[in-house]
Design a protein around this ligand. Sequence first.
Ligand code: ADP
Ligand code: ADP
Ligand code: SF4
Ligand code: SF4
Length: 595
Amino acid sequence: MVRIAVIDKDLCKPNKCNYECIRFCPINKSGVKKAIELGEDGKPVIYEDVCTGCGICIKKCPFGAIHIENLPEEIEDKLVHRYGENGFALYGLPIPKRNEVIGIIGRNGAGKSTSMKILTGILKPNLGKKEASWDEVLSKFKGTELFNYIKDLRDGKIRAVYKPQYITQAAKLLKGTVGELLKKADERGVFREVVEQLNLTHLLNRDVRNLSGGEMQRLLIAAVIEKDVDVYAFDEPTAYLDVKERLSAARAIRNLIPRNRYVLVIEHDLAVLDYISDLVHVIYGVPGVYGIVSQPYSVRVGINHYIKGYLPSENMRIRDRPIRFETPEAREKFLPTEVYLTWDRMFKRIGDFELEVEPGDARRGEVIGILGPNGIGKTTFIRMLVGELKPDEGFVPTEGLKLSYKPQYVSPEMFKRFGTVKELLKRVREDFLDTSSWYYVEVVKRLGLNKLLEKEIKGLSGGELQKVAVAVALGLDADVYLFDEPSAFLDVEERLAVGNAIRHVVESKGVTAFVVDHDLVIMDLIATRVMIFQGTPGKRGHALPPMSLRRGMNEFLKELGVTFRRDAETGRPRVNKEGSRLDRYQKSIGEYYYT
Ligand code: ADP
Ligand code: ADP
Ligand code: SF4
Ligand code: SF4
């Protein structure tokens, strides 16, 4: 066995503890050797070759800062990078291949960005040492498929361009209009095609400082595609994009990059990952502690293994049970029937935009999914329900009810009065740490917040903050819950956990939730019915009443001109290739979502 010990530097707070980890270590106590002692930075260092893995320090640390894992001996040889002593360890790398789009999937904190940074030359791998020379790195990959690629990296022969995950930081470095930036980036003379494919034509004269999240994302994808380089890397290209934009971005990446280049994509939306990739690598392990890169799988097979929670080539279970997709028949059998809320026609005009909502109802115990393009009035509708906006015509069905709302953009400032996650949650529910309470079991533990309790809110990653915001919303006792894009920044497991937590609260309390989201696979898993918004973004929105998933998805996808089929093995929805036999057949019988 190889032992790896990781100390989470954000959680380790030596000024607030009594160095329990060091004092109680039995090896230290024996007086012969030291397994753990104070390092130069004032935080402990664990010597992995001395430590026996007894786990006492893990239990004694009041902040849960220590993780120790035993891995099979043979993995040692695959160690590519380690963020310092007792830092996160990455084993293996995805294998870029010319003419193939390589998809990368895995939990947040599993090492996806780290592996992409290595393959694009941003991060030099250290093989777990203080530093490794390129020759050492190269000899590590001797006899593997990656050898030539690493050799080119060493020789500076690989030019790469990287679209980072957090685009707001990247955006701050940009100046000028969209058109100016894209003209400057255009090394391959594809400006016109890229602008058209990513629907940027009407934004060419807009100053980049005035772009929405989705517009900025499209601009950055476009600028990356225009470059003339060897490697094109996209870290979560679909954040902030609606379904139509996700599919056009995927098409742009597939069709507008020359075929003989390397393309790498990290993506959590399974329908998009499926559509965009030829091969996928799963990165599994313990988030924040270690990540292991799987063999490449063909995209259908790889995603199916992921859904089933088992990687056969690695003989590795990555989840204790498969993700199950219900058939429309099974789903319709259990639709809630008791009407909980009804609304008449509503109308609202804001500036040049107008929204009309058709009469509809919500049932007790139901999760209503809300789908539609960006700028069509979904947030306007939600804001009317929560009383932030008053309709010009019609009444608000939720007036007088207790509401709990998670807005689209979450930031630490939302919770500014609270220091740590624990302090915040305590304000929401006094009993949140009672391990027998429903809130602890169904929300806190399910979302993994029990591991974040001692973290400062302002130091949380985008995904961690999203989970905290959802937990706060679910912790309030409300009659109606509203979630605007709860899947943003979350990995697949977290998206499922959030969906299940919402469903649990709504069903057990006999209330209703409205959930706006662009991840169709997740929508399929959590919504009982869907409400579709149609019209012309920025001008006119028209909201249909809630409908069964089958009817609703048909309405939604018909507008997009896209059909989905069901994967025979897992039942998951898959995008059909445009013009394929199935695509044409499904369009002819008006079944865009189920066949
Ligand atoms: P993913 O992209 O899968 O979410 P990352 O590759 O960003 O994961 O990070 C994997 C782990 O490495 C995380 O636990 C993160 O905290 C840690 N990590 C990332 N960058 C650094 C760094 N510069 N120094 C120390 N640890 C880091
Ligand atoms: P969605 O949530 O579907 O993306 P929104 O409801 O946020 O759409 O916005 C619908 C349209 O209304 C957009 O064109 C937006 O620019 C416009 N809009 C929203 N709020 C305001 C406002 N306060 N003033 C002017 N226009 C607004
Ligand atoms: Fe204190 Fe825990 Fe850090 Fe040890 S690991 S110094 S017990 S906070
Ligand atoms: Fe010491 Fe046990 Fe912790 Fe290792 S796991 S450092 S032996 S207390």
